[in-house]
Design a protein around this ligand. Structure first.
Ligand code: 3PG
Ligand code: MG
Length: 404
């Protein structure tokens, strides 16, 4: 059993510095934060610690900036966590939130020396230092020297063996899970190891590679797999359907062919599609069955959407897991399939099915459909991490934590 922040006596935190790995890797458009779910999900742990008199030091990465060394030019400011610190201060209100312009070194030490009990300090993007991703031991030592206790509340980054998720916690005697990480692990373990049946999987998006591990594990237990999004075209090609110029993942086609032959009776593929010659073309039409040459599929069609929706909404028990949009939902005329599915997921939840959503895109799609987080049993903070966990892969950032 993972040890969590609540397993330590309250007094352990009084006046102590607690280094918390969070995942504030949110979408930023010109400094404006898009979906802030990942930020909000760290609040229970942050509040737990501040209420017990801790000085909370938060560290995170943001995006994939080109790392620099001290001798090189300044890091790319568009990856700065400064806007996140501002957003965080708007959410926590009563605690003081400050921001450090680096994540190690004298500037950070000075900020920490000035902290009082209950204060929160967010460090600048860890990935501004190349040593984060290489799990450099000296860098780990520098991070570890900042605090007395280590907490990981970044489930969505726990598949990475980086300094902040792996090398640094190793240097702490006390390294425990945050409240949200613990909840994620419990929920996803249930889906992976003993899902309430029937288990329905709904897979969209584009990257088949990321989903193979999870599918291998879950298909054994699943009753139905509904395939949509760009992933569907590789399945359709493997099935002998014509797909026009739709994207195909040829590298993973052999795996798809194998999965189809083994689980054909469990797998449902789209029977119609919203097609267009190009993403920005105004000529959009519906193709039943085969997709004509020169056309690209951008969304599931009306019939498919109805079939999938009927199946999902008919569930009054069991588990439904959704990862990946059904089409290019960012563009209005390719968003209907995804929006229908999002609304249907909410219906299944209200009727008593356990519903789980994973992947940043999927949450965004859900919001666009007007479905709230409260209409899903569990929204995972992870994308890649969720799929890895479901596949039973190693999770260095979780495996390294104290067990009881
Ligand atoms: C994510 O968004 O999946 C996590 O924050 C991890 O980011 P990464 O894929 O760049 O390591
Ligand atoms: Mg990722």
């Amino acid at each position: 059993m993972l040890q969590t922040v609540s397993d330590l006596a309250d007094l352990r935190y009084y006046g102590k510095k607690v280094l918390v790995r969070v995942d504030f890797n949110v979408t930023l458009n010109d400094g404006v934060i898009g979906e802030d779910y990942r930020i909000r999900m760290t609040i229970p742990t942050i509040e737990y610690l501040t209420k017990r008199g801790a000085k909370v030091i938060l560290m995170s990465h943001l995006g994939r900036p080109k790392p620099t060394t001290a001798s090189q030019s300044a890091p790319d400011g568009s990856y700065s966590l400064a806007p996140v610190a501002k957003r965080l201060s708007e959410i926590v209100l009563i605690n003081k939130v400050t921001f450090a312009i680096d994540c190690v070194g004298p500037v950070v030490q000075k900020e920490i020396d000035d902290m009082h009990m209950g204060d929160i300090l967010l460090l600048e993007n860890l990935r501004f230092h190349r040593e984060e991703e290489t799990n450099d031991s000296e860098f780990c030592g520098q991070l570890a020297s900042l605090a007395d206790i280590y907490v990981n509340d970044a489930f969505s980054t726990s598949h990475r063996k980086h300094a902040s998720t792996y090398g640094t916690p190793k240097l702490f005697d006390k390294r425990v899970a945050g409240l949200t990480l613990k909840k994620e692990v419990e929920y996803l373990s249930m889906i992976r190891d003993k899902p309430l049946k029937p288990l329905t999987l709904l897979i969209g998006g584009i990257k088949i590679k990321d989903k193979i591990g999870a599918l291998e594990k879950l298909l054994l237990k699943a009753d139905t797999l509904l395939v949509g999004g760009a992933t569907a075209y590789t399945f359709l090609k493997a099935n002998g359907t014509r797909i026009g110029n739709s994207p195909v993942d040829d590298e993973h086609l052999p795996w798809v062919i194998k999965a189809l032959s083994k689980y054909r009776n469990k797998i449902m593929l789209p029977t119609d599609h919203i097609v267009s010659p190009a993403q920005d073309s105004q000529s959009v039409s519906l193709a039943k069955g085969d997709i004509p040459d020169g056309m690209i599929g951008f969304d599931i069609g009306v019939e498919t959407s109805q079939q999938y929706s009927n199946l999902i909404a008919s569930k009054t028990s069991g588990t439904t897991f959704w990862n990946g949009p059904m089409g290019l939902f960012e563009i209005k005329h390719f968003s209907n399939g995804t929006i229908d599915i999002a609304k249907t997921m909410a219906l299944a939840y209200w009727r008593g099915s356990k519903t789980l959503i994973g992947g940043g895109d999927t949450l965004e799609a859900m919001k666009r459909a007007g479905v709230s987080e409260g209409e899903v049993s569990h929204v995972s903070t992870g994308g890649g991490a969720t799929l890895r966990f479901l596949a039973g892969d190693e999770m260095p950032g979780i495996d390294i934590l104290n067990k009881s």
